[in-house]
Design a protein around this ligand. Structure first.
Ligand SMILES: [Zn+2]
Length: 429
Protein backbone atom coordinates (compact mmCIF):
# COMPACT_ATOMS: atom_id res chain seq x y z
CA UNK A 1 0.00 0.00 0.00
CA UNK A 2 1.43 3.41 -0.93
CA UNK A 3 2.12 5.90 1.82
CA UNK A 4 -0.80 8.14 2.66
CA UNK A 5 -1.15 11.34 0.73
CA UNK A 6 -0.63 13.25 3.97
CA UNK A 7 -2.67 16.07 5.40
CA UNK A 8 -5.86 14.06 5.66
CA UNK A 9 -7.06 12.95 9.04
CA UNK A 10 -10.21 11.33 7.68
CA UNK A 11 -10.82 7.78 8.76
CA UNK A 12 -9.76 5.55 5.96
CA UNK A 13 -13.14 3.98 5.57
CA UNK A 14 -13.73 6.98 3.34
CA UNK A 15 -10.73 6.24 1.21
CA UNK A 16 -12.28 3.18 -0.31
CA UNK A 17 -11.18 0.10 1.59
CA UNK A 18 -13.65 -1.97 3.55
CA UNK A 19 -16.07 0.89 3.65
CA UNK A 20 -19.28 0.98 5.59
CA UNK A 21 -19.18 -0.88 8.85
CA UNK A 22 -22.21 -1.67 10.88
CA UNK A 23 -23.81 0.41 13.62
CA UNK A 24 -21.25 -0.60 16.23
CA UNK A 25 -18.40 0.32 13.89
CA UNK A 26 -19.99 3.62 13.03
CA UNK A 27 -20.55 4.40 16.70
CA UNK A 28 -16.89 3.76 17.49
CA UNK A 29 -15.72 5.94 14.59
CA UNK A 30 -18.06 8.78 15.55
CA UNK A 31 -16.95 8.67 19.18
CA UNK A 32 -13.26 8.73 18.28
CA UNK A 33 -14.06 11.73 16.07
CA UNK A 34 -15.89 13.42 18.96
CA UNK A 35 -12.93 12.89 21.30
CA UNK A 36 -10.57 14.23 18.64
CA UNK A 37 -12.42 17.54 18.84
CA UNK A 38 -11.30 17.93 22.45
CA UNK A 39 -7.86 19.36 21.93
CA UNK A 40 -5.64 21.91 23.62
CA UNK A 41 -4.17 23.13 20.34
CA UNK A 42 -6.13 24.51 17.41
CA UNK A 43 -5.93 22.47 14.26
CA UNK A 44 -4.18 19.51 15.84
CA UNK A 45 -4.96 16.93 18.48
CA UNK A 46 -3.11 17.31 21.77
CA UNK A 47 -4.71 16.33 25.06
CA UNK A 48 -2.55 16.04 28.13
CA UNK A 49 -3.12 15.04 31.69
CA UNK A 50 -5.04 17.48 33.88
CA UNK A 51 -6.10 19.85 31.11
CA UNK A 52 -9.56 21.33 30.61
CA UNK A 53 -9.89 19.09 27.54
CA UNK A 54 -9.02 16.05 29.63
CA UNK A 55 -11.89 17.00 31.92
CA UNK A 56 -14.30 17.36 28.98
CA UNK A 57 -13.15 14.08 27.48
CA UNK A 58 -13.93 12.29 30.73
CA UNK A 59 -17.37 13.88 30.93
CA UNK A 60 -18.14 12.65 27.42
CA UNK A 61 -16.75 9.17 28.03
CA UNK A 62 -18.69 8.94 31.32
CA UNK A 63 -21.88 9.77 29.43
CA UNK A 64 -21.23 6.93 26.96
CA UNK A 65 -20.42 4.55 29.81
CA UNK A 66 -23.72 5.37 31.49
CA UNK A 67 -25.63 4.88 28.26
CA UNK A 68 -24.02 1.44 28.09
CA UNK A 69 -25.40 0.56 31.52
CA UNK A 70 -22.29 1.28 33.58
CA UNK A 71 -21.90 3.15 36.86
CA UNK A 72 -18.99 5.54 36.69
CA UNK A 73 -16.48 6.85 39.18
CA UNK A 74 -13.15 8.63 39.20
CA UNK A 75 -10.35 7.19 41.26
CA UNK A 76 -7.75 9.03 43.34
CA UNK A 77 -5.44 9.37 40.31
CA UNK A 78 -8.09 10.80 38.00
CA UNK A 79 -8.74 7.59 36.07
CA UNK A 80 -12.36 7.20 34.95
CA UNK A 81 -13.83 3.75 35.56
CA UNK A 82 -17.20 2.47 34.35
CA UNK A 83 -18.56 -0.70 35.90
CA UNK A 84 -21.11 -3.02 34.36
CA UNK A 85 -22.30 -5.30 37.13
CA UNK A 86 -22.50 -9.04 36.59
CA UNK A 87 -25.53 -11.20 37.28
CA UNK A 88 -25.17 -10.25 40.93
CA UNK A 89 -23.59 -7.15 42.43
CA UNK A 90 -20.00 -7.05 43.62
CA UNK A 91 -18.56 -9.86 41.48
CA UNK A 92 -14.87 -9.76 40.50
CA UNK A 93 -14.28 -7.74 37.36
CA UNK A 94 -12.60 -8.20 34.03
CA UNK A 95 -11.14 -4.84 33.07
CA UNK A 96 -10.76 -3.34 29.60
CA UNK A 97 -9.47 0.05 28.61
CA UNK A 98 -6.67 2.27 27.47
CA UNK A 99 -5.49 5.87 27.79
CA UNK A 100 -7.37 9.07 26.99
CA UNK A 101 -4.30 11.28 26.52
CA UNK A 102 -2.41 11.86 23.28
CA UNK A 103 1.05 12.89 22.17
CA UNK A 104 1.42 16.39 20.70
CA UNK A 105 -0.27 16.49 17.31
CA UNK A 106 -1.38 12.90 17.75
CA UNK A 107 -3.98 10.71 16.09
CA UNK A 108 -7.54 9.96 17.13
CA UNK A 109 -7.28 6.20 17.73
CA UNK A 110 -4.15 5.57 19.80
CA UNK A 111 -5.60 5.12 23.27
CA UNK A 112 -9.13 6.32 22.52
CA UNK A 113 -10.06 3.23 20.49
CA UNK A 114 -9.24 1.07 23.52
CA UNK A 115 -11.75 3.01 25.63
CA UNK A 116 -14.49 3.51 23.08
CA UNK A 117 -14.57 -0.02 21.61
CA UNK A 118 -15.16 -1.86 24.91
CA UNK A 119 -17.85 0.70 25.85
CA UNK A 120 -19.63 -0.18 22.60
CA UNK A 121 -19.16 -3.89 23.34
CA UNK A 122 -20.67 -3.50 26.82
CA UNK A 123 -23.43 -1.39 25.29
CA UNK A 124 -24.34 -4.33 23.03
CA UNK A 125 -24.67 -6.60 26.07
CA UNK A 126 -26.69 -3.97 27.89
CA UNK A 127 -29.05 -3.49 24.92
CA UNK A 128 -29.64 -7.25 24.87
CA UNK A 129 -30.28 -7.23 28.64
CA UNK A 130 -27.40 -9.62 29.24
CA UNK A 131 -25.54 -9.91 32.53
CA UNK A 132 -22.41 -12.01 32.83
CA UNK A 133 -21.12 -14.16 35.70
CA UNK A 134 -18.54 -11.43 36.36
CA UNK A 135 -18.45 -7.64 36.26
CA UNK A 136 -16.88 -5.71 33.40
CA UNK A 137 -14.99 -2.50 34.09
CA UNK A 138 -13.87 -0.09 31.39
CA UNK A 139 -11.14 2.37 32.28
CA UNK A 140 -9.94 5.60 30.68
CA UNK A 141 -6.41 5.93 32.01
CA UNK A 142 -5.52 9.44 32.93
CA UNK A 143 -2.05 9.58 31.36
CA UNK A 144 0.00 7.08 29.43
CA UNK A 145 2.05 9.10 26.97
CA UNK A 146 3.70 11.27 29.61
CA UNK A 147 3.71 14.44 27.48
CA UNK A 148 3.22 16.84 30.37
CA UNK A 149 5.43 15.29 33.05
CA UNK A 150 7.76 13.10 31.02
CA UNK A 151 6.70 10.16 33.15
CA UNK A 152 4.67 7.53 31.35
CA UNK A 153 1.87 5.22 32.52
CA UNK A 154 0.71 7.49 35.36
CA UNK A 155 -2.83 6.08 35.27
CA UNK A 156 -2.05 2.39 35.14
CA UNK A 157 0.74 2.67 37.71
CA UNK A 158 -1.79 4.13 40.13
CA UNK A 159 -3.85 0.96 39.68
CA UNK A 160 -0.88 -1.26 40.39
CA UNK A 161 0.19 0.76 43.43
CA UNK A 162 3.45 1.82 41.78
CA UNK A 163 2.92 5.57 41.80
CA UNK A 164 5.47 6.59 44.39
CA UNK A 165 6.02 9.97 46.11
CA UNK A 166 8.94 10.63 43.77
CA UNK A 167 6.71 10.39 40.70
CA UNK A 168 4.04 12.52 42.37
CA UNK A 169 6.67 15.21 42.95
CA UNK A 170 7.76 15.30 39.28
CA UNK A 171 7.14 18.76 37.83
CA UNK A 172 6.00 19.91 34.41
CA UNK A 173 7.61 22.73 32.39
CA UNK A 174 5.73 25.34 34.41
CA UNK A 175 6.76 23.93 37.78
CA UNK A 176 3.47 22.22 38.68
CA UNK A 177 3.89 18.79 40.24
CA UNK A 178 1.94 15.63 39.37
CA UNK A 179 0.30 15.79 42.81
CA UNK A 180 -0.71 19.44 42.34
CA UNK A 181 -2.10 18.71 38.87
CA UNK A 182 -4.09 15.78 40.26
CA UNK A 183 -5.52 17.93 43.04
CA UNK A 184 -6.41 20.65 40.53
CA UNK A 185 -8.13 17.97 38.45
CA UNK A 186 -10.23 16.91 41.43
CA UNK A 187 -8.24 13.75 42.13
CA UNK A 188 -6.70 12.93 45.49
CA UNK A 189 -2.95 12.28 45.38
CA UNK A 190 -2.79 12.01 49.17
CA UNK A 191 -5.04 8.97 48.89
CA UNK A 192 -3.32 7.60 45.79
CA UNK A 193 -3.07 4.11 47.28
CA UNK A 194 -6.90 3.95 47.21
CA UNK A 195 -6.67 3.72 43.43
CA UNK A 196 -4.68 0.47 43.61
CA UNK A 197 -6.27 -2.89 42.91
CA UNK A 198 -4.68 -5.57 45.07
CA UNK A 199 -3.05 -8.28 42.91
CA UNK A 200 -5.49 -11.03 42.01
CA UNK A 201 -8.65 -8.96 42.41
CA UNK A 202 -9.11 -8.39 38.66
CA UNK A 203 -9.90 -11.40 36.49
CA UNK A 204 -7.82 -9.87 33.72
CA UNK A 205 -7.02 -6.75 31.79
CA UNK A 206 -7.59 -6.53 28.03
CA UNK A 207 -6.36 -3.52 26.07
CA UNK A 208 -7.53 -2.82 22.54
CA UNK A 209 -5.11 -0.64 20.57
CA UNK A 210 -4.18 0.23 17.01
CA UNK A 211 -1.25 -1.90 15.91
CA UNK A 212 1.19 0.99 15.35
CA UNK A 213 2.95 -1.22 12.81
CA UNK A 214 2.30 -2.63 9.33
CA UNK A 215 1.93 -6.35 9.98
CA UNK A 216 -1.87 -6.63 9.98
CA UNK A 217 -2.16 -4.54 6.87
CA UNK A 218 0.50 -6.63 5.17
CA UNK A 219 -1.29 -9.85 6.15
CA UNK A 220 -4.66 -8.36 5.16
CA UNK A 221 -6.24 -9.11 8.54
CA UNK A 222 -8.26 -6.70 10.64
CA UNK A 223 -7.18 -7.98 14.06
CA UNK A 224 -4.18 -9.36 15.83
CA UNK A 225 -3.76 -10.91 19.25
CA UNK A 226 -0.66 -9.82 21.12
CA UNK A 227 1.39 -12.58 22.71
CA UNK A 228 4.02 -10.39 24.39
CA UNK A 229 4.96 -6.77 24.91
CA UNK A 230 8.63 -6.27 24.22
CA UNK A 231 10.98 -5.12 26.92
CA UNK A 232 13.67 -2.66 26.05
CA UNK A 233 17.23 -1.68 26.82
CA UNK A 234 18.68 1.76 26.23
CA UNK A 235 22.42 2.28 26.24
CA UNK A 236 24.83 5.06 25.50
CA UNK A 237 28.19 4.34 23.88
CA UNK A 238 31.06 6.77 24.07
CA UNK A 239 34.13 6.33 21.88
CA UNK A 240 37.21 8.38 22.60
CA UNK A 241 39.99 8.96 20.09
CA UNK A 242 42.15 11.95 19.33
CA UNK A 243 40.95 15.24 17.93
CA UNK A 244 43.18 16.74 15.27
CA UNK A 245 43.54 18.99 12.25
CA UNK A 246 41.45 17.84 9.29
CA UNK A 247 44.18 18.93 6.89
CA UNK A 248 47.40 17.83 8.49
CA UNK A 249 46.88 14.46 10.21
CA UNK A 250 47.49 11.63 7.70
CA UNK A 251 44.65 9.12 7.30
CA UNK A 252 46.69 6.21 8.69
CA UNK A 253 47.49 8.07 11.88
CA UNK A 254 44.02 9.07 12.94
CA UNK A 255 41.93 7.94 15.89
CA UNK A 256 38.64 9.22 14.50
CA UNK A 257 35.91 8.52 17.05
CA UNK A 258 33.02 9.32 14.74
CA UNK A 259 34.17 6.87 12.07
CA UNK A 260 34.25 4.22 14.80
CA UNK A 261 30.75 5.22 15.87
CA UNK A 262 29.54 4.95 12.27
CA UNK A 263 30.74 1.35 12.18
CA UNK A 264 29.04 0.79 15.53
CA UNK A 265 25.72 2.11 14.20
CA UNK A 266 25.87 -0.22 11.21
CA UNK A 267 26.81 -3.16 13.42
CA UNK A 268 23.65 -2.64 15.43
CA UNK A 269 21.60 -2.52 12.25
CA UNK A 270 23.21 -5.63 10.78
CA UNK A 271 22.83 -7.61 13.98
CA UNK A 272 19.12 -6.79 14.30
CA UNK A 273 18.43 -7.43 10.60
CA UNK A 274 19.89 -10.92 10.91
CA UNK A 275 18.40 -11.70 14.31
CA UNK A 276 14.80 -11.29 13.12
CA UNK A 277 13.16 -10.97 16.53
CA UNK A 278 15.20 -8.02 17.78
CA UNK A 279 14.85 -4.39 16.76
CA UNK A 280 17.60 -1.85 17.33
CA UNK A 281 17.69 1.89 16.77
CA UNK A 282 20.36 4.52 17.08
CA UNK A 283 18.33 7.66 17.53
CA UNK A 284 20.98 10.07 18.71
CA UNK A 285 24.60 10.65 17.79
CA UNK A 286 26.99 13.44 18.62
CA UNK A 287 30.57 14.23 17.62
CA UNK A 288 33.00 16.26 19.73
CA UNK A 289 34.17 18.90 19.22
CA UNK A 290 31.76 18.88 16.28
CA UNK A 291 33.55 21.22 13.88
CA UNK A 292 33.82 20.74 10.14
CA UNK A 293 37.61 20.92 10.08
CA UNK A 294 38.40 18.91 13.21
CA UNK A 295 38.79 15.13 13.38
CA UNK A 296 36.23 14.04 15.99
CA UNK A 297 38.00 13.23 19.23
CA UNK A 298 34.89 11.71 20.79
CA UNK A 299 31.58 10.33 19.60
CA UNK A 300 28.54 9.48 21.66
CA UNK A 301 25.59 7.46 20.39
CA UNK A 302 22.59 5.76 21.89
CA UNK A 303 21.11 2.34 21.23
CA UNK A 304 17.51 1.27 21.83
CA UNK A 305 17.25 -2.53 21.69
CA UNK A 306 13.94 -4.40 22.02
CA UNK A 307 12.86 -8.01 21.84
CA UNK A 308 9.74 -9.94 22.85
CA UNK A 309 11.77 -12.16 25.19
CA UNK A 310 14.03 -10.86 27.92
CA UNK A 311 16.73 -13.51 27.36
CA UNK A 312 16.82 -12.66 23.71
CA UNK A 313 17.23 -8.96 24.46
CA UNK A 314 20.00 -9.64 26.97
CA UNK A 315 21.85 -11.79 24.42
CA UNK A 316 21.46 -9.10 21.75
CA UNK A 317 22.80 -6.39 24.03
CA UNK A 318 25.76 -8.54 25.06
CA UNK A 319 26.71 -9.34 21.45
CA UNK A 320 26.27 -5.76 20.27
CA UNK A 321 28.46 -4.47 23.10
CA UNK A 322 31.17 -6.99 22.29
CA UNK A 323 31.12 -6.08 18.61
CA UNK A 324 31.32 -2.36 19.30
CA UNK A 325 34.18 -2.93 21.75
CA UNK A 326 36.14 -4.81 19.09
CA UNK A 327 35.44 -2.12 16.49
CA UNK A 328 36.84 0.40 18.96
CA UNK A 329 39.87 -1.77 19.74
CA UNK A 330 40.70 -2.19 16.03
CA UNK A 331 40.70 1.60 15.71
CA UNK A 332 42.58 2.23 18.97
CA UNK A 333 39.58 3.99 20.43
CA UNK A 334 38.48 3.78 24.02
CA UNK A 335 34.98 2.49 24.42
CA UNK A 336 32.63 3.09 27.31
CA UNK A 337 29.05 1.89 27.61
CA UNK A 338 26.47 3.28 30.00
CA UNK A 339 23.01 1.85 30.74
CA UNK A 340 20.27 4.47 30.47
CA UNK A 341 17.24 2.29 31.03
CA UNK A 342 16.09 -1.30 31.03
CA UNK A 343 12.61 -2.77 31.34
CA UNK A 344 11.60 -6.39 31.08
CA UNK A 345 8.92 -7.31 28.61
CA UNK A 346 5.66 -8.90 29.55
CA UNK A 347 4.17 -12.11 28.31
CA UNK A 348 0.44 -12.00 27.69
CA UNK A 349 -1.68 -14.50 29.56
CA UNK A 350 -2.11 -17.66 27.42
CA UNK A 351 -5.69 -18.18 28.62
CA UNK A 352 -6.74 -14.66 27.61
CA UNK A 353 -4.77 -14.87 24.35
CA UNK A 354 -6.56 -18.10 23.42
CA UNK A 355 -9.95 -16.67 24.33
CA UNK A 356 -9.37 -13.49 22.30
CA UNK A 357 -8.05 -15.46 19.33
CA UNK A 358 -11.09 -17.76 19.47
CA UNK A 359 -13.41 -14.75 19.45
CA UNK A 360 -11.62 -13.27 16.43
CA UNK A 361 -11.82 -16.60 14.64
CA UNK A 362 -15.51 -17.09 15.39
CA UNK A 363 -16.25 -13.60 14.09
CA UNK A 364 -14.86 -14.68 10.76
CA UNK A 365 -11.26 -13.63 10.69
CA UNK A 366 -7.99 -15.45 11.15
CA UNK A 367 -6.21 -13.75 14.07
CA UNK A 368 -2.60 -12.83 13.53
CA UNK A 369 -0.44 -13.44 16.59
CA UNK A 370 2.16 -10.77 17.04
CA UNK A 371 4.15 -8.99 19.69
CA UNK A 372 4.06 -5.35 20.58
CA UNK A 373 7.24 -3.38 20.15
CA UNK A 374 5.71 -0.38 21.92
CA UNK A 375 4.96 -0.08 25.62
CA UNK A 376 1.34 0.03 26.77
CA UNK A 377 -0.77 0.34 29.92
CA UNK A 378 -1.20 -3.45 29.73
CA UNK A 379 2.49 -3.76 30.56
CA UNK A 380 2.01 -1.97 33.89
CA UNK A 381 -1.24 -3.86 34.54
CA UNK A 382 0.57 -7.21 34.22
CA UNK A 383 1.89 -6.56 37.75
CA UNK A 384 -1.57 -7.16 39.21
CA UNK A 385 -3.55 -9.13 36.62
CA UNK A 386 -3.26 -11.45 33.64
CA UNK A 387 -3.21 -9.23 30.55
CA UNK A 388 -3.81 -9.48 26.81
CA UNK A 389 -4.09 -7.04 23.93
CA UNK A 390 -6.15 -6.91 20.77
CA UNK A 391 -4.48 -5.03 17.92
CA UNK A 392 -6.52 -3.33 15.21
CA UNK A 393 -5.16 -2.74 11.72
CA UNK A 394 -4.22 0.88 11.07
CA UNK A 395 -3.33 2.60 7.84
CA UNK A 396 0.35 2.38 6.92
CA UNK A 397 1.09 1.23 10.46
CA UNK A 398 0.98 4.89 11.40
CA UNK A 399 0.54 6.14 14.98
CA UNK A 400 1.36 9.24 17.04
CA UNK A 401 0.46 11.11 13.89
CA UNK A 402 -2.64 13.04 12.69
CA UNK A 403 -2.99 10.62 9.74
CA UNK A 404 -3.67 7.66 12.01
CA UNK A 405 -6.61 5.80 10.47
CA UNK A 406 -8.71 2.66 10.85
CA UNK A 407 -11.80 1.58 8.91
CA UNK A 408 -15.35 1.51 10.22
CA UNK A 409 -15.52 -2.13 9.12
CA UNK A 410 -12.51 -2.97 11.29
CA UNK A 411 -14.02 -1.00 14.19
CA UNK A 412 -17.16 -3.07 13.75
CA UNK A 413 -15.43 -6.43 13.90
CA UNK A 414 -13.50 -5.14 16.93
CA UNK A 415 -16.78 -4.46 18.77
CA UNK A 416 -18.18 -7.85 17.78
CA UNK A 417 -15.02 -9.66 18.88
CA UNK A 418 -14.97 -7.90 22.26
CA UNK A 419 -18.65 -8.65 22.82
CA UNK A 420 -18.15 -12.32 21.92
CA UNK A 421 -15.04 -12.50 24.06
CA UNK A 422 -16.99 -11.15 27.06
CA UNK A 423 -19.90 -13.54 26.49
CA UNK A 424 -17.65 -16.55 26.26
CA UNK A 425 -15.01 -15.61 28.78
CA UNK A 426 -14.53 -18.08 31.60
CA UNK A 427 -12.24 -16.90 34.36
CA UNK A 428 -9.24 -19.23 34.78
CA UNK A 429 -9.51 -21.31 37.92
ZN1 LIG B 1 -1.33 4.18 23.09
Amino acid sequence: MPPSAGGSSRPYADTGRGGGGDDAGREIMARCDALAELTEETGRLTRTFGSAMHRRALELIAEWMEQAGMHTRRDAAGNLIGRYEGNQPGLPALMMGSHQDTVRNGGRYDGMLGIVAPITAVGLLHAAGERLPFAVEVIAFTDEEGVRFGTTLLGSKALTGELDPETLATRDATGISVAEAMREFGAAPERISDAAYPPGTLLGFVETHIEQGPQLERADRPLGVVTAIAGGARLEFRLDGTAGHAGTVPMDQRRDALSGAAEGVLTIEHYCQEAGDVVGTVGHIRAEPGAINVIPGAAVFTADIRAPEDDRRAAAVATIRKRIESIAAARSLECRCRWLYEADGCQCDPHLVRALAAAVYTEGSEPLRLYSGAGHDAMAMSAIAPVAMLFVRCRDGLSHHPDEAITAADADITARVLTRFLREFEPAR
